[in-house]
Design a protein around this ligand. Structure first.
Ligand code: ZN
Length: 272
């Protein structure tokens, strides 16, 4: 029988939130088949000293992450479906700790390596982003990648491949987007899914944004907790949906005016 760490109430609550967001992502059609992946830095909820750590299943990663040695992450499995994760998190994800030899990890909880479990093929982008957040001492611990339909649709339109134009559109379609998503979305030009190029371009975009759209593919969002991170994408996608609803009805949406957007900025944006 494999070992598994005891799960604290706080960690249990995080896993419950992950399962809830996975369920919503699938229901919204943002995680078709095995699309989408989630990771959370859960280091603070894992005991620092784990007895007999070497008895936990361990695996090699094809890259080394010395800065992450000793850090633990909840991460979804390769090929795992969000609809299955919602029902059974431990069967479709794991908590892994990067070992002292930083090109290895131990699986502390969840599907065992003996069952052929592999973390998401996007593991390198997730670990690179967590490393970037830790280097910046940023508070965000959650990373969600999903396929929000209407936002993706906009990235297929030439006119909105300019970040400033895209943000102007999204803000003008939903005042809540203007109030909450003050940094706007970052736009990453198309890169092959799972590529290092995509990971690096995403990190660059995360310097200025908490939500990044991958052209013709999906979005990646970071946040301090699962539900808040999901909400941000939901608010932005609502803006895109309103725009497309008008368009598909043959109507030209007016959107909020510059004066109305300026007013929201004056009233709600934090002044530095
Ligand atoms: Zn994807």
């Amino acid at each position: 029988m494999d070992k598994s760490i005891a799960v604290s109430q706080d960690l249990e609550n995080i896993i419950t939130d992950i399962a809830e967001v996975a369920r919503i992502l699938w229901k919204l059609g943002w995680a078709e088949s095995n699309a989408g992946n989630i990771s959370v830095n859960v280091t603070e909820h894992i005991p620092e000293d784990i007895r007999e750590l070497n008895k936990f299943p361990s695996k090699e990663i094809d890259k080394s992450y010395p800065e992450l040695s000793g850090f633990s992450f909840f991460i979804t499995g390769a090929g795992a479906r969000m609809r299955d994760l919602a029902k059974e998190p431990s069967g479709n994800a794991c908590i892994l700790r990067i070992a002292e030899k930083s090109n290895r990890y131990h699986i502390l909880w969840g599907r065992r390596s003996e069952l052929g479990f592999e973390p998401t093929s996007e593991i390198h982008s997730h670990l690179s982003i967590h490393r970037f957040l830790l280097e910046k001492k940023a508070p965000q611990k959650v990373i969600i990648h999903a396929h929000p339909e209407e936002l993706i649709a906009l990235t297929h339109v030439k006119e909105y491949k300019q970040e400033s134009k895209l943000n102007r559109l999204l803000w003008s379609m939903n005042p809540v987007a203007k109030i909450i998503i003050q940094k706007g979305v970052g736009l990453v030009p198309y890169c092959v899914p799972g590529s290092d190029e995509l990971a690096q371009a995403t990190i660059k975009a995360l310097e200025k944004h908490d939500v990044v759209l991958w052209e013709k593919h999906g979005c990646l969002a970071i946040g301090t907790d699962m539900l808040e991170t999901f909400d941000r994408v939901d608010i932005l996608n609502k803006a895109a949906r309103i725009f497309l609803a008008c368009k598909s009805a043959g109507l030209a949406p007016e959107g909020l005016s510059d004066a109305q957007l300026d007013e929201l900025e004056r009233l709600f944006w934090s002044k530095k």
